[in-house]
Design a protein around this ligand. Structure first.
Ligand code: ATP
Ligand SMILES: Nc1nc2c(ncn2[C@@H]2O[C@H](COP(=O)(O)O)[C@@H](O)[C@H]2O)c(=O)[nH]1
Length: 388
């Protein structure tokens, strides 16, 4: 249930806007063009105070576009609801309990502090054009006056002031309302469900080998976050399962579109974790496992993912080299690059607190039980939640 934090008056059409609006605001059918010409995204300097209307007391207004309340539950992914052609390609949009994903991905990513404070401030409708409104919002946060456009019910006129009762807004002017206006959304936990797991460590240390065992023993409990990479597939690797194999151009485009949680250059190739890859696993209520290099670890630390960080390390560089050679996946050149990266990795991994656990993968069975032990609690929780 979406509840604004302030005491906004109830509104009968909260979850059931008029049919005309429902048709117009069908989230699968966004308008072909943005509803308004570009507006400043924020900054009160763009509107002189004199043009702000004298406001009558606020009233509740339906400015939502989602025809019904999003059901509670973990965020799931559905295809993009783009408002621009560029965004149309692959931008995953959160659905389900959109606020959870939205505030996590939006407000927090933008540096807004923890739970948004209740906002006693109504939206001030500066203008409207057909179904779209342009409002000035006081977010109740440090980001004071924010200007944005949105879809508006028919009764709300320019010059009025309304309580925001927004549940789900389409991206307008390249941004989403929940990014800007968290105060009208429920304060979510970042991402509900089991804690993700980041497995890192030098190439050849045995991450995939350990993961294979884990996925076999706990089928359905774990889900692999399928990364993107620009490297060539190895024999037996399946596109979409082991990696999304893409070109540099494709990957860069998606990075520029903000689709990635993290990305890095490793041994001459690009690697990255897309938001969609993690959301797809979390939507299944599985423990999301990410296999990333040390740069990925550092970048994920800056996000709200809060995984368990595990480093898998070889007993020595010599043994690592032997394992990589025996694996027969590398040319001499790429092998040398990986060994160089491994030395850096092992050095950086010494940073106190960077990993929750370091596993020295000498004996595979021993390494595997250490891995299982640290994950036991999450495994149990996930299995329990399956039963209930
Ligand atoms: N404990 C072990 N003892 C001996 N060989 C091992 C051990 N663990 C893994 N190996 C072997 O080492 C090689 C590298 O392992 P693996 O491919 O799992 O490494 P990785 O960390 O996933 O590498 P990358 O990051 O390049 O994907 C494989 O051929 C694997 O069979
Ligand atoms: N930062 C990221 N690193 C990743 C990702 N996916 C894999 N990796 C790391 O790359 C190297 C090489 O992998 P390989 O499959 O070519 O042997 C290895 O250390 C992986 O952990 C990612 O999405 N982001």
């Amino acid at each position: 249930m979406v509840q604004s934090h302030h005491a906004s008056p109830p509104h009968p059409s909260w979850f059931s806007p008029p049919a005309s609006l429902q048709a117009r605001f069908n989230p699968t059918m966004p308008p072909a063009t943005p509803p308004c010409s570009p507006l400043p995204r924020h900054g009160s300097a763009h509107v002189a105070p004199s043009v702000l209307p004298q406001l009558p007391p606020p009233r509740p207004a339906t400015i939502m576009v989602h025809p019904q309340a999003p059901p509670p539950g973990p965020a799931v992914v559905r295809p993009a609801v783009p408002h621009s052609r560029q965004a149309r390609s692959a931008r995953p949009r959160p659905r389900g309990d959109v606020r959870r994903a939205a505030v996590a991905a939006g407000a927090r990513a933008r540096g807004l502090p923890g739970p948004p404070p209740p906002s006693p401030n109504p939206l001030m409708i500066l203008g409207r054009m057909r179904g779209a409104g342009i409002a000035r919002a006081d977010t109740g946060t440090t980001r004071k006056h924010i200007f944005f456009s949105f879809f508006l019910d028919e009764e709300t006129t320019a010059g009025s002031s309304v309580w925001p009762q927004a549940a789900f807004f389409p991206p307008v002017l390249g941004t989403d309302l929940w990014d800007l206006f968290p105060s009208c959304c429920e304060t979510p936990a970042v991402m509900q469900g089991p804690r993700p797991v980041v497995l890192s460590g030098p190439s050849g240390a045995g991450k995939s080998t350990l993961l294979k065992k884990l996925f076999k023993d706990y089928e359905n409990v774990f889900g692999f976050s399928v990364s993107h990479t620009t490297r060539q597939p190895r024999p037996g690797e399946v596109n979409g399962k082991d990696y999304h194999f893409v070109t540099r151009e494709e990957m860069q485009k998606e990075i520029d579109a903000g689709e990635f949680i993290e990305h890095a250059e490793f041994s001459g190739n690009m690697y990255g974790t897309s938001k969609g890859a993690v959301q797809a696993v979390q939507a299944q209520n599985q423990i999301c496992v990410l296999d990333v290099d040390i740069q990925g670890v550092k970048n994920i630390k800056k996000t709200e993912l809060r995984p368990i960080y595990i480093s898998v390390q070889p007993p020595s560089i010599e043994i690592l080299e032997k394992r990589l050679r025996d694996r027969k996946t590398e040319t001499e050149e790429s092998l040398q690059k990986r060994l160089t990266a491994a030395r850096v990795d092992l050095e950086l991994s010494k940073e106190p607190g960077l990993f929750d656990l370091v596993i020295i993968n000498d004996d595979l069975e021993k390494a595997y039980s250490e891995l299982k032990e640290v994950l036991l609690e999450e495994i149990k929780k996930t299995e329990e939640s399956r039963k209930s």
